[in-house]
Design a binder for this molecule. Sequence first.
Ligand code: ADP
Length: 438
Amino acid sequence: MGRDYTLYAIFKGLVIYLLPFAVLGWLLNIFWPALAIALALKLAWHYYFQFRLSRWLWDSRTMLPPKALGLWTDIYDGIYRTLRRNQFRRRALTTLLKRFRQASEALPDAAIVMQEDGTLIWSNKLAQIYFGLQWPSDSGIRITNLIRQPRFVDYFNAADFSESIILGSPAHSSMELDIRIMPYADNQYLLVAQDVTQLRKLERMRKDFVANVSHELKTPLTVMQGYLEMLEDPERMPVKQLHKAIGDMQSQTERMQNMVSQLLELSRIESSSPDSFSHEVNVSQLIATVLREVELLNAEKQHHIDLDLDADLSVYGSEEKLRTVIMNLVNNAIKYTPSGGELRISWKRKRLGAEFAIKDNGPGIAAKHQQRLTERFYRVDKDRNSATGGTGLGLSIVKHALDYHRSHLQLYSIEGQGSRFSFLLPSELVVSAKPDSE
Ligand code: ADP
């Protein structure tokens, strides 16, 4: 466009403007008054556009500049362009900020930005949940006033963030957080917290598991070692004691074998991938097979077993896993009920699926133990159960096999009166669901 705003050009423009007034004034012999009028008109013209400019800038709501003439057209245009450019920049920045916020909200971790002294600048939603922050009212407050655990305060004040720290969440007592602080931008810190509750639980479970297995194997091994030491000199051992030693060693070996095979079974069930449940299982037949297998055990105990089975009721599932479940429950009922007991096994359609139940009139289980029965190695009476060869793994296998079938173990038991263990397989696993029978 080639706008010329040198002093020379402005002066030239003024001379050209004044020239006709000067000539006319000279001809009419009013040279100075004519020039004064010309200058006054010019001034009034400028004042007018200046006034319009300030009206537009301060009072008008529109971005479009008012109409102007001459030099003022360029001034208005210039301001308009600068405003537009700033508006674009602001929009771009707002979009960027919005995207950054969205990205930080999508993070699976809590994030807090703070000053070097711990003053909170910004936090994402997860941080507000994990640390119980009230946003924006907590903005500007020091982190050590919000997370007051002495371990965290010491960690923050020491300013050595080469390692993370694991803390309980101030807002949720059962939640454990892995907190890491990183220097960020100029004199700022970025705090990232990850929920490690599940991870820590698994870690503890793994440690407990190893400790339990070692402990469980240690007892039979110690017994065997003791006998083996005695057997170093078999001649001096009375025959009766020798028989007892061999008998005990045999039962301890059986116990260890039993435990190892149960552990293998547990890990097999735990690691099996979900089934499409295309295989039909006739549970009544399965119960009959299990009962044949435990005949010998029951012959010792002489329990009366009453059956109430729906022979046509089949389910989709894993035959092997359902057999394990039923076998464990039947085995326990026979094992823990004193001789000559009454057992009742039922397999029936219910409103929400198909239910297996086994009821006995054995010793029952005290309420305080009931929640923990499916934990690995959990036994109600360790001494008595060691004598019965129990490992405390049976019901934990049952739990996993039932998880696999989207079901869970239910127990109704009154100490001294007996127990009823049951599980309900959901309707979607029942083959050709008939109308409700209950
Ligand atoms: P175990 O190998 O010891 O039988 P389980 O996991 O099968 O382990 O059972 C856990 C505990 O639950 C047993 O030690 C026993 O004390 C108790 N229990 C299981 N079934 C019964 C039952 N029918 N009657 C009484 N107690 C039972």
